[in-house]
Design a protein around this ligand. Structure first.
Ligand SMILES: [Zn+2]
Length: 486
């Protein structure tokens, strides 16, 4: 039974590391710390030693501009950094350098939206703002945060540039949240500012409330996949509490991925607790139209524009094109593949898309792999479609090739090895039809009442021929032979 979420309001704050930057936000440390020895990518600056002046990474401003343009936000032309002050072991300087949209400061950009589609219904998830800040260090616990005997601090992450994307409280279900994040992930992938396949590059904080009750923040959901799960759990918790007459208190909770529950972290702190203070060591940043124009000129094609182009050039449906462009690597693969054979026509464009989105995407999903991690070549799908069209193999047989295809084996080799070729020998197929009809008088009886019952014979013929019988021809011959019996 699908749950009713009519009274639920969700807002998401998504933190994305600008992992494609070479250095950290305010120092020259190498930002590629993923999988590296702890505390090996540090300098006195990102370790918080006194007397070290920060210097803003210009490329981070360019990346943020790229994302703001992609999300259709209004970029603020004058920016100041602030110190968000709090004491916590992950914060080397006891403050975090961040943009702040109060006290005379601005967010990096305001407004914007992310278009989503659920069950064919389109909706725009309105954004409140996007802004920039630095990442704190990483706290590592042994096992669960609640039972770990100690906390390790890894400052490799300290000072990595983060972009925060804040929605308005307009998301109305966990499914909508998941779809929003899928679309956002796709847009970020196309902008090239971050590689979200690297573990730790994204974190989501969710604000959840049930109408009439206080808002609870669930912090540090470490993957997009976990967000839907965390939201569902938290909504259930609210419902149970309300049912038992308890009051939901405004608080910050954490998502325990292992136990799949939220746990209380602290009572909600308020903004004034942070004593935001303008950073005196960093000059203001002025973004002029010229800078924005230059970034715009270099902007890669975004998924929505690409979907429209694929619909126009290759006659794909909106549904197919939208699905295809969601993952840039898949869409790149598609465009590379269909250009291989100049004889490809409209029907082939669709067939190629179907193969990629059904069989290949399913395999990738089941094996938890990206297309770039496999040896599949765009030309293999071209050869596969040709072999089906030339009648060498049936679609059913072709589907059994998927494992070998993903290992890069050429189609001709797979066909030779499997010995499975399409059976189109009319005499042979007629004999099999006759055999299965004679062996199954009950199905013949059914066919007299309901012509659709003949599908049972098709199934039996396919079983006899190990899926190699040509489906069109089999149907034709079956109809002919069946007439003699009914
Ligand atoms: Zn550093």
């Amino acid at each position: 039974m699908s749950e009713n979420y009519e009274d639920v309001v969700i807002g998401l704050e998504t933190h994305i590391q600008l992992s494609n930057l070479k250095t950290k936000f305010f120092c020259g440390c190498d930002s590629n710390y993923y999988g590296k020895e702890p505390n090996s990518h540090v300098c006195p600056g990102c370790l918080g030693f006194p007397g070290i002046l920060p210097l803003t990474n210009k490329k981070a401003i360019e990346f943020a501009t790229r994302l703001a343009l992609a999300l259709d936000c209004k970029i603020n032309k004058l920016l100041y950094f602030f110190r968000k002050q709090y004491y916590y072991p992950d914060m080397a300087r006891n403050f975090q350098l961040t943009l702040y949209n109060k006290l005379g400061g601005n967010a990096f950009a305001d407004g914007g939206s992310v278009p989503i589609k659920i069950n064919g219904i389109k909706k725009n998830i309105e954004l409140n703002r996007i802004h920039l800040e630095e990442d704190p260090a990483r706290l590592v616990h042994k096992g669960s945060i609640t039972t770990s005997p100690y906390t390790l601090v890894d400052y490799n992450r300290s000072g990595i540039a983060l972009i925060e994307i804040v929605t308005d409280p307009v998301i109305t279900s966990p499914e909508e949240a998941r779809e929003y994040l899928n679309q956002l992930k796709s847009i970020i992938q196309y902008t090239g500012i971050s590689d979200l396949n690297i573990e730790g590059t994204c974190r989501v904080d969710a604000n959840i409330s049930i109408k009439g009750s206080a808002r609870v923040e669930v912090k540090n959901i470490n993957s997009f996949k976990e967000v839907e799960r965390a939201l569902k759990w938290e909504i259930q918790r609210h419902r149970h509490s309300i049912k038992r007459g308890k009051t939901i208190i405004q608080e910050t909770r954490g998502w325990d991925e292992k136990r799949r529950i939220t746990i209380q972290m602290r009572k909600k702190e308020f903004e004034e607790d942070y004593r935001y203070f303008p950073e005196q060591d960093l000059p203001k940043i002025e973004i002029d139209d010229n800078f924005i124009e230059n970034v715009k000129k270099e902007m890669p094609e975004m998924p929505m524009a690409r979907s429209r182009r694929l619909q126009e050039i290759y006659n794909l449906s909106e549904f197919d094109a939208d699905n295809l462009v969601l993952d840039k690597t898949i869409a790149d693969f598609y465009e590379e593949g269909i250009k291989i054979d100049p004889k490809f026509d409209r029907e082939d464009y669709k067939l190629y898309c179907n193969w990629l989105m059904n069989n290949v995407a399913r395999w990738l999903n089941e094996n938890n792999k990206e297309i770039r991690d496999t040896k599949l070549q765009p030309g293999q799908i071209v050869d596969l479609i040709k072999s089906i069209k030339e009648g060498k193999i049936t679609t059913k047989i072709a589907k059994t090739y998927i494992d070998e295809m993903m290992n890069g084996t050429p189609i001709s080799t797979i066909i030779k090895k499997s010995g499975k070729i399409r059976i189109a020998d009319e005499k042979f197929l007629e004999d099999i039809c006759r055999k299965v009809i004679q062996e199954n008088p009950k199905i013949v009886e059914d066919c007299r009442k309901n012509p659709k019952a003949k599908m049972a014979f098709v199934g039996k013929i396919m079983k006899e021929t190990k899926g190699q019988a040509d489906p069109g021809l089999t149907n034709e011959i079956l109809n002919k032979v069946l007439k003699e019996f009914i």
